[in-house]
Design a protein around this ligand. Structure first.
Ligand code: CMP
Length: 139
């Protein structure tokens, strides 16, 4: 079924000027961009977005990193969006990511890993709603 996922182009990829190349790969893989904006998270907002990770050892660094520079946030639509997008981006750690995946090509490290992708339909909706209200996305 056609459904949606949520993505961010993270500060490392934005700063490196890789946003256009990444969005091109996303569109060529069949995803439609149904919402998108450039924004910059505060440390507090990053903390809220990544709340589920608050007990993890990398949480503090992650929040500092995700608020260190501008990002693109976007909602993507495609058949089987969540699973297919995770395949397109590859493993969290670029060292483990398959050839040709976005993280293999663009990620700098396990933390500065170029892009985010939702891990479930439920989280895709929560994460999309964190950034976009109804007037800011294709209904
Ligand atoms: P993402 O999948 O967007 O969500 C959690 C983020 O935490 C992950 O990408 C990385 O940017 C970051 N991170 C840093 N260290 C780790 C780690 N050891 N395991 C998983 N995620 C990590």
């Amino acid at each position: 079924a056609t459904n949606r996922t949520f993505t961010m182009i993270k500060p490392d990829a934005f700063e490196a000027g890789n946003s256009g190349a990444i969005l091109k790969m996303i569109e060529e893989a069949g995803f439609k961009i149904v919402a998108m904006k450039a924004t910059k998270l505060t440390a507090e907002l990053a903390g809220k977005f990544y709340e589920v990770h608050q007990e993890r050892p990398f949480y503090k660094d992650l929040c500092a990193y995700m608020s260190s520079g501008p990002i693109f946030a976007a909602i993507l639509e495609k058949d089987n969006a969540v699973e297919d997008f995770r395949k397109l981006i590859g493993a969290t750690n670029p060292a483990d990511a398959a050839e040709g995946t976005i993280r293999k090509i663009f990620a700098k490290s396990i933390e500065a890993n170029a892009v985010h992708g939702s891990d479930s339909d439920e989280n895709a909706a929560i994460e999309g709603n964190f950034f976009f209200n109804q007037a800011e996305r294709v209904l």
